[in-house]
Design a protein around this ligand. Structure first.
Ligand SMILES: Cc1ncc(C[n+]2csc(CCOP(=O)(O)OP(=O)(O)O)c2C)c(N)n1
Length: 314
């Protein structure tokens, strides 16, 4: 196997304090870019992007064997975002890792720009066009089986929403993955308990979720979805399991990091307005001039920056 020089290899160790600090810094940058991107586009899905942030940062920083300069490298680990609406989080992470220039985020959801609202093949680092919920795990089973047929050694990861588990296709895929014993496949469920404009338990109760996956023949691991240590443990555990796939049920908070978005179905598919954007940026650590600097670097006009600044209440 020819390994490219810029390749990032999985880190099998547990994280020390210094590494956790570095990861937290990346997560803060990703959250910043989720807010900048959805505010600039005036649309998009901030809630489920903020809930998946640590999962993505953990994967792209510590778990995946990948090379941002060669997104088509045949032996790369595959990451499939099945909840394909949560692109602000994915794009921010891919830009952070160097798959494309951060300046592309300015074009999010604009006609003819690279970064469309739902993930799409052709964007460097994106493995599957998604958006119609329920399909990513089936795709992942196929990719993992292709890996076996091709006698390669990569692993396949699929991130699903908990609301997405309402889809029957998820369970067909779950059944086939255990039938074919695809132990190189890991599903992660972003268990933020909200889907669209309501709580999952109101729309369609999915508990007992772990028992359901166990019943379908999967190894089940639980994780705290905002703890890098807990996620790292879960991913390492999944790599050790032979003969069956693993699902990581990651407990998260929708809108994590922004007080008024946390646990609030309103921000599933709604961007912050100017005042909310200012408060959100402050809460994740970009206050006053720092916030304006970030807006300027992102490419906002003086007019928009003044408008945001003028919404200050003090
Ligand atoms: C097949 C299908 N049905 C409905 C939708 C509309 N839709 C978009 S996001 C969403 C809720 C998804 O909730 P969840 O999977 O929990 O995602 P998260 O909360 O993590 O954003 C729905 C119903 C869709 N995209 N695809």
């Amino acid at each position: 196997m020819k390994v490219p020089t810029t390749v990032s290899s999985p880190d099998m160790s547990l994280l020390d304090q210094y590494e956790r600090q570095l990861l937290r810094r990346v997560a803060r940058e990703v959250r910043r870019d989720i807010l900048l991107t959805t505010f600039a586009a005036s649309s998009g899905h901030p809630g489920g992007s903020l809930s998946e942030t640590e999962i993505l940062v953990s994967l792209y920083s510590k778990i995946l064997r990948h090379d941002p300069k060669r997104p088509d490298w045949a032996d790369r680990d595959r990451f499939i975002l099945s909840k394909g609406h949560a692109t602000p989080g994915l794009y921010a992470t891919l830009a952070n890792k160097g798959y494309f220039s951060r300046s592309e985020l300015q074009g999010f959801r604009k006609i003819n720009s690279l970064l469309q609202g739902h993930s799409k093949i052709g964007i460097p680092g994106v493995e599957m066009s998604a958006g119609s919920l329920g399909q990513g795990l089936s795709f992942g089973v196929g990719v993992a089986l292709a890996c076996r047929l091709d006698k390669r050694s990569y692993r396949t990861y699929v991130l699903l929403g908990d609301g997405e588990c309402d889809e029957g296709q998820v369970w067909e895929a779950a059944m086939s993955a255990s039938h074919y014993k695809v132990d190189t496949l890991t599903a992660i469920i972003d268990r933020n308990r909200i889907q669209n404009d309501r709580f999952v338990s109101q729309v369609m109760e999915i508990e007992p979720l772990a028992a359901k996956w166990k019943g379908f023949g999967w190894n089940v691991v639980r994780a705290q979805g905002h703890s890098f240590l807990s996620l790292q443990r879960a991913f390492l555990r999944a790599q050790q399991i032979k003969g069956r796939p693993t699902v990581i049920i990651a407990n998260t908070t929708k809108g994590k990091g922004v007080s008024f978005m946390e646990d609030n179905p309103d921000f599933h598919g709604k961007p912050p307005n100017a005042q909310q954007f200012l408060q959100a940026m402050e809460e994740i650590g970009y206050k006053g001039r720092k916030m304006l600097d970030e807006m300027r670097k992102f490419g906002f006009s003086e007019q928009v920056m003044n408008h945001v600044w003028d919404t200050r209440t003090v």
